[in-house]
Design a protein around this ligand. Structure first.
Ligand SMILES: [Zn+2]
Length: 132
């Protein structure tokens, strides 16, 4: 099966692609989306006067209850962009199954970023972001 046939099969059977994207490790998904988002822009016709970019976000909310006897008391959503891995620091990639426990802030974009590694790349501007 050549590349065009694979693409046609996935177009006709989107459940296959959905299952692949659902089951691959998080790190592999981020790497894949980084490549896709590098080529695919939201507003290509306006590109001469409007920059646009897809990026992946992550939102979390914690249950504030001290005991689990009542309904959950959810905190406000904390939102952040998922950082790409800094390939200069991690030339062989990073553990694809580690959770997003590292937090940072891109001072250029003024956006919170999260990562599974200490050295990330802001998915919007490409600036290096150190996580704590
Ligand atoms: Zn940035």
């Amino acid at each position: 099966m050549n590349k065009e046939q694979i693409v046609q099969t996935l177009k006709e059977n989107p459940e296959i692609l959905r299952e692949i994207l659902t089951k691959i490790p998080d790190g592999d998904l981020i790497d894949l989306l980084e490549q896709v988002f590098a080529e695919r822009i939201p507003y290509p016709l306006e590109a001469k006067y409007c920059r646009s970019k897809y990026y992946l976000g992550l939102a979390t909310s914690n249950d504030l209850r001290e005991e689990e006897i009542d309904a959950p008391d959810w905190s406000e959503w904390e939102k952040g962009a998922v950082a790409y891995i800094d390939r200069e620091e991690y030339p062989f990639g990073a553990d694809p199954d580690t959770p997003y426990g590292e937090y940072g802030h891109c001072t250029k974009c003024n956006i919170s970023v999260r990562s599974s590694v200490k050295h990330g790349i802001c998915p919007i501007c490409g600036r290096k972001v150190y996580m704590t």
